[in-house]
Design a protein around this ligand. Sequence first.
Ligand code: HEC
Length: 174
Amino acid sequence: MSMRDALLAAGFVFGGAVCALSAEAPKLGIPISPADVAAWDISVFPDGRGLPPGNGTARQGRALFDAQCARCHGAGGRGGTAEELAGSTSPLNGPDPDKTIGTYWPYATTVFDMTRRSMPMHAPGSLSNDEAYAVTAYLLFANKIIAEDFEINRESLPLVKMPNRDGFDRIDAP
Ligand code: HEC
């Protein structure tokens, strides 16, 4: 066999292999179902987009906070080993800035989003929507932003104006 014939033969075999491969479906996994997407699609935006149905008050959230959050965040959101959530003793522009939800966070909706997706730290995603609303209400109450019986839900939460709302340069919020 001449070199040319040998190359052609090799090319033919190679081409045959390519044809055989391309005849199979690409092995890229299986289509994701809408239900699978929905489980991950839980982002909440400052204007309230993404908030689910449900509601809760600080009075309802207090027991949940004591049972599931205080061991890390301290009683009332202060004095534990994890981030301080409430009870700031000095403002951000003071000599000893005390960063809490009340002094720092620009949007109340983020408290719900952060809590629902990632807390309690040992069991993220375990809170029902009503529980996440109630504990969000408790954290807003503990920061003296809402009253104890003010109902937090998908309509009222985006309307809560955080003390530091105007302390940030706008980058992506509507
Ligand atoms: C096992 C300890 C633990 C428990 C229990 C826990 N947290 Fe946390 N939490 C943390 C830690 C650690 C952080 C800081 C993590 C980070 O910033 O990524 C945090 C951060 C947070 C933040 C963001 C604070 C900030 O300023 O960035 C919020 C809000 C919060 N937790 C709420 C809760 C709520 C509500 C519960 C109860 C449902 C809870 N956590 C239970 C450990 C815990």
